[in-house]
Design a binder for this molecule. Structure first.
Ligand SMILES: Nc1ncnc2c1ncn2[C@@H]1O[C@H](COP(=O)(O)OP(=O)(O)O)[C@@H](O)[C@H]1O
Ligand SMILES: [Mg+2]
Length: 184
């Protein structure tokens, strides 16, 4: 089951990340794929917020991996593989494999560059730029835990987003009721 959502601004993408972040358990891995500026870091900022992390989340492009303590007691690891040249080999050098196996939540930007290191069970999120402000996010679960995570997120989305005062257009999703127009 794959799900596509379209966001219309940065706040919507962040709200989506927060909705997902609230459901994450230790060991969960989010593999983010998409060009520069697609919104991967923005989504990660939301995930951090959903995990109760108050620290500002910036792109770890230069440091490759940032670690945050979450309110839930496990760390959030945020990796950016853009600058890895021999991606998979260098990723091993910086300990990405250990990070992914650790009892934390991992969010990996440019995850396709370290494909062989991703655990069998992960939620892949592909972000595409539709125009200046619209982004298409495709959620693709790999494995039973990721499938459950996606299902739970979709079930809670209307409520979560209305709390955040956000309206999203949701494609290919007969099971999700349309959100009321709340304006923002
Ligand atoms: N719907 C949207 N969702 C996320 N970011 C958006 C959106 N519309 C415009 N933007 C802009 O796109 C950029 C996304 O940046 P960022 O999250 O750092 O991308 P990435 O990490 O994929 O390179 C930001 O400048 C943001 O303001
Ligand atoms: Mg980024």
């Amino acid at each position: 089951m794959q799900q596509t959502l379209i966001t219309h601004n940065e706040n919507e993408t962040e709200a989506l990340g927060a909705a997902l972040g609230r459901l994450l358990h230790a060991g969960d891995v989010l593999a983010l794929v998409g060009d520069l500026g697609a919104g991967k870091t923005c989504l990660t900022r939301g995930v951090a917020r959903g995990l109760g992390i108050d620290e500002p989340v910036t792109s770890p492009t230069f440091i490759l991996v940032a670690q945050y303590s979450s309110a839930a007691g496990f760390p959030l690891y945020h990796a950016d593989c853009y600058r890895l040249e021999q991606a998979a080999a260098e990723a091993l050098d910086i300990g990405l494999d250990e990070m992914l196996a650790d009892d934390g939540v991992s969010v990996v930007e440019w995850a396709e560059r370290v494909e062989p290191l991703l655990p069998a069970d992960h939620l892949r999120i592909t972000l595409a730029v539709l125009d200046d402000n619209r982004r298409e996010l495709t959620f693709e679960p790999h494995g039973p835990r990721a499938a459950r995570l996606l299902r739970d997120m979709l079930a809670r989305l209307p409520r979560e987003l209305s709390i955040a005062n956000v309206q999203l257009s949701i494609d290919n999703s007969p099971e999700i009721p349309s959100l009321p127009s709340i304006g923002h």
